[in-house]
Design a protein around this ligand. Sequence first.
Ligand code: SF4
Length: 424
Amino acid sequence: MNLQSKLAILADAAKYDASCASSGAAPRDSVGGRGMGSTEGMGICHSYAPDGRCISLLKILLTNFCQYDCLYCVNRVSSNVQRARFAVEEVVQLTLDFYRRNCIEGLFLSSGIIQSPDYTMEQVVEVARVLREEHDFRGYIHLKTIPDAAPELMERAGRYADRLSINIELPTAEGLAALAPEKDSAAIDRSMARMAIHIGEARAARKEQAAQAIVSMPQSRTTRRASVPHFAPGGQSTQMIVGADTTNDRTILATSARLYGTHRLRRVYYSAFSPIPDAARALPLIAPPTVREHRLYQADWLMRFYGFAHEEIVPPSQGGMLALDMDPKLAWAIAHRERFPVNLNTAPREMLLRVPGFGVQTVDRLLAARHMRRLRHADLARLHVPLKKVLPFVEVADYRPGRALEAADLVAQLAPPPVQRSLF
Ligand code: SF4
């Protein structure tokens, strides 16, 4: 099989991994010569570097052969798909070629499991080693790791990669046992814990070295010490499949909160289950609505940046599911009208962050502005916030919402207009 055919198969096989900003787009393509462009794209994805830059990555599998039989996965051993495998040198060469042509800024490499978790992990690590040590490749590398692989291999992976990830796959251990019987949620947890320790230790050591370098600045020219090696400076992330089993959003967010808290994950990616050919009977026939994935990302954002606890975001009364027709912050505010209106001139930052329509930046600007003067209605207009959404929940020197908050039709006023769902 030539390299181009392998690339077509192994880039397509990698598209189910959600660690890519474009994964939530509606399916569109230009097959048949109509229109231009496609969201069914594969091969190059966009991701975010630790400094927030959006970067393009070559996103491929080393191989889509796999000895495991995870029911939700198109590459499982019992799946009837065309298989291919890259040699280590082929991935290295492709990465360098695309990089030199300015098509990518890095590599996202995952793999099916062949021979053994250790053997597979060795191959994945070898790609990163050759790129870094033999070609002095300075681009971004994201490696998907295999939880059952030996800890030494994980350590080596961390030395070469900017980011490491282990997929938790399903939100609960029971779900994983039912749909991916060869995977072990305890092993996934142990690997994440080990990685968190390594990442933390490497960061602390580098910080200490930087601090010492400042103190001993005059001698630094004569006593230059080897710098502490990096270990996955972009941290670790994971992916959770949503809608492959009946787990509700409350449980999904509880799992994410635990991962952020216990293993200090940088990101949890939510991937709406997509039906696959020859699917097992245990799987749903249709994908969950894409908006569910979107609401989970919004809720995740509320936990990480807005001070919400996961159990506040989805009350048990809604069957543990996020509302699909409005964003979770607005849904929370409407359910807690007694906490509003928030006085923008006196409220603490934590409460300002809970106002629908306010982002973190807006809140910081408001806090800076109110040091200078009392905030007025015109200040809100200047901040370009969505006034229709914000005004029922705030008061300023010359504005109070009156009875707007009590309006029985507040939900109808603020919810976005209904959109007809696609038939397909
Ligand atoms: S181990 Fe990974 S590649 Fe293999 S079947 Fe499971 S999810 Fe798919």
